[in-house]
Write a protein that binds this ligand. Structure first.
Ligand code: SF4
Length: 226
């Protein structure tokens, strides 16, 4: 393990001890079964990631159970299958922390690392937790693109990046920050996939576009919207 990996491990340990939001400290335990992680969930992926996939909040019976972002629920199944199809993941399943999943060139995390009731963090909780996004991004030196899953993740990322006025969310929307590209994507929730709002092809297209934007590494000179 090199110094870089040590830095990410140390950061993950600090995230896992966070108790900054009393309501969410209670929530992550209230929903937990005996074998649940029930602590904040750090990001997961490739330390040399160029693409970050950002969700809104830890799932109560997904990440909160298994201690790994996008693991053990249907949204995770959809996302990781797409990451596999587009060459970012070594397998199409994300079942539990010991399932052998590895990412190549990608990182995934939530803006809010604990599971909020009704999946709705308060603005204060969201803003408090964005400190960890700042630290993880700083620890990922090759990062170029953040794929924001859903409007609320997009808004969190835009506010985190200080974009004013906040640009409108759209599937395929692109906005530059000083150092990164934000790319909007419908959330891979069962509601969106079952209704056909988000198809596997649409998700694959966004991930391929993220790879392309990250490889280019140059800021766009205009806002795009698909
Ligand atoms: S939501 Fe984030 S800031 Fe709040 S307790 Fe959990 S890890 Fe800490």
């Amino acid at each position: 393990m090199n110094d870089h990996d040590h830095r990410l491990d140390a950061l993950a340990a600090r995230i896992g001890e966070c108790t900054a939001c009393p309501r969410l400290v209670a929530a992550r335990r209230d929903v937990a079964g005996e074998d649940y992680w029930a602590r904040p969930v750090p990001g997961f992926g490739d330390p040399r990631a160029r693409v970050h996939v950002l969700g809104l909040a830890t799932a109560p019976h997904g990440g909160n159970r298994y201690g790994r972002a996008f693991t053990g629920n249907r949204s995770a199944d959809t996302l990781v299958a797409a990451l596999h199809r587009t060459g970012f993941a070594n397998q199409a399943r994300s079942d539990h922390a010991g399932d052998g999943l590895r990412l190549a060139g990608a990182w995934m995390a939530s803006a809010v690392r604990c599971p909020p009731p009704q999946h709705r963090p308060t603005r204060a909780e969201r803003d408090t937790c964005l400190r960890w996004l700042t630290e993880e991004v700083a620890a990922l030196p090759d990062l170029r693109v953040i794929v924001c899953l859903g409007r609320t993740a997009w808004e969190a990322a835009c506010d985190w990046a200080g974009l004013r006025p906040r640009p409108a969310f759209g599937h395929g929307a692109v906005r530059e920050t000083k150092s990164l590209t934000l790319l909007g994507c419908y959330h891979p929730s069962p509601q969106n996939t079952q209704s056909g709002r988000l198809t596997p092809a649409m998700l694959d297209d966004v991930l391929r576009r993220a790879r392309h934007l990250a490889a280019r590494g140059l800021p766009l000179d205009h806002e795009e919207s698909a």
